[in-house]
Design a binder for this molecule. Structure first.
Ligand SMILES: C[S@@+](CC[C@H](N)C(=O)[O-])C[C@H]1O[C@@H](n2cnc3c(N)ncnc32)[C@H](O)[C@@H]1O
Length: 203
């Protein structure tokens, strides 16, 4: 594993720079995160499986990247998974996984596809990827009542706007927190290598 991309990913970037960054990282992303013991997708899939009544219901995997999150949802028994991502290079790698029904490129900040009773954003919202506004875009697109499964890594948990965004929904009664779990994210990276996984139900 080279630390080249991990050293850059948490630097501030706008959405165009973020897309270009992931285009550049795509070829090496999986060996880098696997080398650091990437555990969040598997934890998220297990948590969603524990609360989700219907494993054939479609899931939209927002920020699917190279497909590591979709692979874990598939492994947990979910059968209908669509993925979207702004990075063409990350999506190209996701195609080879065979875990997705459809994969498409999105423009950051544009409206997301609708008609999904579950939406996931694993390793997506927070420092190093999408802004907190993606949380609103997902809650708008999600069916009611629908499940939103997301993770915040330690870097995101240290920046108040990300938890403030989540609490703005639960405190206003617009969503119910169904499950929450703190555990390993990239354990072999050392410090700041945990993440919290949440399942919210839109009210
Ligand atoms: C750390 S990767 C996580 C990928 C995958 N979910 C996983 O667990 O391996 C973050 C992904 O978020 C995507 N991303 C960045 N900004 C985004 C945005 N505004 N909307 C949706 N996805 C975004 C990136 O292109 C990248 O593929």
């Amino acid at each position: 594993m080279t630390k080249k991309f991990f050293d850059r990913v948490y630097n501030p970037m706008n959405q165009t720079e973020t897309r270009d960054f992931y285009d550049e990282w795509a070829a090496q992303y999986e060996s880098d995160v696997a080398g650091a013991g990437y555990a969040t997708p598997g934890r998220a899939a297990a948590l969603l499986a524990a609360v989700s009544p219907d494993k054939s219901a479609p899931i939209l995997d927002v920020g699917c990247g190279t497909g590591l999150s979709g692979v874990e949802f598939h492994r947990a028994g979910f059968t209908t998974i669509d993925g979207v991502d702004p990075s063409s290079e990350m999506l190209e790698s996701a195609k080879a996984k065979g875990a997705y029904r459809n994969l498409s490129k999105i423009q950051p900040g544009a409206a997301l596809p609708t008609g999904y009773p579950s939406i996931a954003a694993i390793g997506v919202i927070g420092c190093g990827a999408a802004p907190a506004s993606l949380f609103d875009d997902i809650m708008t697109a999600l069916e009611t009542p629908g499940l939103f499964i997301l993770s915040y890594n330690d870097h995101a948990l240290e920046v108040s706007e990300f938890m403030d965004k989540l609490r703005s929904y639960t405190d206003a009664g617009k969503a119910t927190l169904m499950a929450e779990e703190y555990g390993p994210h990239l354990p072999d990276l050392g410090s700041n290598s945990m993440s919290k996984v949440f399942v919210l139900q839109k009210a």
